[in-house]
Design a binder for this molecule. Structure first.
Ligand SMILES: *Cc1c(COP(=O)(O)O)cnc(C)c1O
Length: 368
């Protein structure tokens, strides 16, 4: 028996006619770059999130880049975020001449530790980037309060948090801009690269609309130096076909997570859903002793577990020039050696959840 971390084929087979119909329509319309299918998805996703504007893009990474650029983040500026995230959260800052400043995480939720933010603010700080990691939103009210006090922008990295909510409000609607990825393995995934930003700010939306398309004002007129970061029609049509299923897929993920929590030993550190949060379980991440050995043994047993993420960003070779010493983010560094993500996708079967937990209990090593 092989149980992968994520199985995109099962989902595809469950909606194959809808997907093929959507792709055929784009081919018939020859609307490949932006166009009516992209516009339709933008309208639908903005409505789904409960915000005014959605700008469709080629990836979540460029969503972050364009968000940072539209907010005027540039040379010498600093942006506060976490190191326990995917590299793309901070990568675009480098292209703008800006620098990430990493703060530690909460050991219960693995999300930004709000109590560490203010000490990291300097005269050059321009923004805070909460990452809604694993599918759970960072505490937005205290983050917004700090941002208002110090006049900072807030960009929410929602790449793992489609349909996640905090106090009834969707991810990406609290800050100035929310950035989503539709990378195939995300909770709402395209069949190629895709992403978007959402915002209630018409000026920021217009700026990003122009930046994604070569800084265009019109077909032959370029107002600024922009980028080529547009959403393509086929991906947009696929996303429109999938969006109506997202709520049900999310409920199933939550049910799987609840079952894992019930099946796993009570002594094990399991995901903690903070009050007010609707966690969407992009990943179900636990902690184990001797993580690398457990991972190896699970792989040998046919279980596709993963680690998100083994190397915190401040310890990446690409950030060696920042000179951040080991030990500066103690919680981040400790959990990076312990976290383990279990198979999680809506189409998992209940017997598979049992096989995974039994295998894990069988291979887990506990320190005496
Ligand atoms: C996936 C991801 C991104 C990047 O999105 P892409 O669409 O792959 O470019 C950014 N941040 C986080 C936290 C992610 O998980």
């Amino acid at each position: 028996m092989h149980i992968p971390l994520v199985d995109l084929g099962r989902q595809y087979r469950s909606i194959e006619p809808e997907i093929r119909g959507a792709i055929d329509q784009v081919l018939a319309d020859t609307a490949f770059i932006l166009g009516p299918h992209a516009e339709q998805f933008e309208t639908e996703f903005a409505a789904f999130c409960g915000t005014k504007h959605c700008v469709g893009l080629n990836s979540g990474t460029d969503g972050l880049l364009l968000a940072y650029a539209a907010l005027g983040i540039g040379p010498g500026d600093e942006v506060i975020t976490v190191a326990n995230t995917f590299f793309a959260t901070t990568e675009p800052l480098g292209h703008l001449g800006a620098t990430p400043v990493f703060v530690d995480i909460d050991p219960e939720t693995y999300l930004i530790d709000v109590s560490t933010i203010e000490a990291a603010i300097t005269k050059r700080t321009k923004a805070i980037v909460p990452v809604h990691l694993y599918g759970q939103m960072a505490p937005m009210q205290p983050i917004l309060a700090i941002a208002r006090k110090h006049n900072l922008a807030v960009i929410e990295d929602c790449a793992q948090a489609h349909a996640a909510e905090q106090n009834g409000q969707k991810a990406g609607t609290y800050g100035d801009i929310g950035v989503y990825s539709f990378y195939p393995g995300k909770n709402l995934g395209a069949y190629g690269d895709a992403g978007c930003i959402i915002t209630s700010n018409a000026k920021l939306a217009a700026a990003i609309r122009s930046l994604r398309d070569h800084g265009r004002l019109s077909k032959y007129e370029h107002a600024t130096i922009g980028y080529s970061s547009r959403l393509d029609g086929i991906q947009a049509a696929i996303l429109s076909a999938k969006l109506p299923h997202l709520a049900a897929w999310t409920e199933t993920r939550r049910a799987h997570a609840a079952r894992y929590t019930e099946l796993l030993p009570s002594t094990m550190k399991k995901p903690v859903e903070a009050p007010g949060n609707q966690h969407v379980y992009h990943l179900y991440t636990i902690e184990v002793d001797e993580r690398d050995e457990v991972l190896k043994r699970l792989k040998a047993a046919g279980i596709g577990a993963g680690v998100h993420y083994p190397i915190p960003l401040h310890r990446q070779p690409a950030y060696a020039h920042l000179g951040t010493k080991a030990g500066t983010l103690p919680v981040t560094e400790r959990v990076a050696t312990r976290i383990l993500s279990l198979p999680m996708f809506a189409e998992l079967q209940s017997e598979e959840l049992e096989v995974v937990t039994q295998a894990l209990v069988g291979v887990a090593l506990t320190h005496a």
